[in-house]
Design a protein around this ligand. Sequence first.
Ligand code: CA
Length: 423
Amino acid sequence: MTIALNATHDPKLRSWVASANEAGTDFPIQNLPFGRFRTAGSNEAFRIGVAIGDQVLDLKAAGLVDTDDMNALMSASVKDRQALRAAISAGLAEGSDKQAAWSKALLAQFKAEMTVPCRIGDYTDFYTGIHHATTIGKLFRPDQPLMPNYKWVPIGYHGRASSIGVSGQVFKRPQGQTKAPDAVEPSFGPSKRLDYELELGFLVGRGNALGEPIAIGDAEDHLFGVTLLNDWSARDLQAWEYQPLGPFLAKNFASTLSPWIVTMEALAPFRAKFERPAEDPQPLPYLDAPSNREAGALDITLEVLLQTAKMRAEGIAPARLTRGNTTEAAYWTAAQLITHHTVNGCNLQPGDLLGSGTLSGPTPDAAGSLMELTLGGKQQITLPNGEKRTFLEDGDTLVMRGYCERAGAVRIGLGEVSGTVAG
Ligand code: CA
């Protein structure tokens, strides 16, 4: 089921929180993403908040929820989710009689510490970016970049949740085994080909019972919302370890999420048709539904920026490496991922994370990883200050941003996810 537009999407709606009405804000009243926060520097328990302009609304203090458990909130029915959104929207709207009371439930975002937006039980990473899969495939298999299964089955693997952090994450460069193609034996040491992957993180809302697949027409009822996801990858570890069982230590040392979950309700004005080229196989019936064809895709613009340690020391802002759009990148929809994941009876639970896979566009200026941008490390990129990169160096901060823009709708943003290689 896709979500119909309602009063919460009205482009004319304005908030009594003045910063929410400013052009270019990621968090106008039409967005209302959920996150977990506390006052920075405190030992308070994390609680549930909604971003509005440059503020966070404390949902419990506002009398909207009686829990600090985001996973419990995420498991609510679609009807209850929509009722909560309607109540938050009405209370934050200009002229609301809640203004006096809710003003006391606001905290400026710069005073808030955010954490991973929910308790992530299981993490599955997919591979829906067909341009990414083709470009990477070409590096390994020039004659057959895409494996024969790619256009039939959403490819994925089970990842690891324990090392998932929130924006601002600082992590050590991973060590491991690598083997150069011309070397006789592997060597051990720090990864020399550390990369990022630009992904969306789909967060599961209501789960399904073991043994009961989710039909594609119902799949979005089980999807709570979307974050940005940086799936850091050590390419040299990956190349040596990935056959025959797939990624392992090349992927599980860190993954970073943006702090705000933009709900499927908020994304309703930014849906797109899911279309396959005529020459491609059409999805098998269990992965096909009218709702998925009409509006299964998401229309989100994604940007990647890099700030080196030198840039940071000199006060230079992060430089943009690429910009692309999800409609050009993803070969499968979120609904198809949920349905495929459960078709064998596997049970999803509230807070499970499904990574989209690297969302690269068809051209290099929309590449979602350095592996693609530098043609496997063969072609350096030059930053505006003259520094060069093939892969990430110690002190580099990588930033991803996402936003939705459409005529007739108010722009909403996913915020940003940043992370730094400590070395
Ligand atoms: Ca990935």
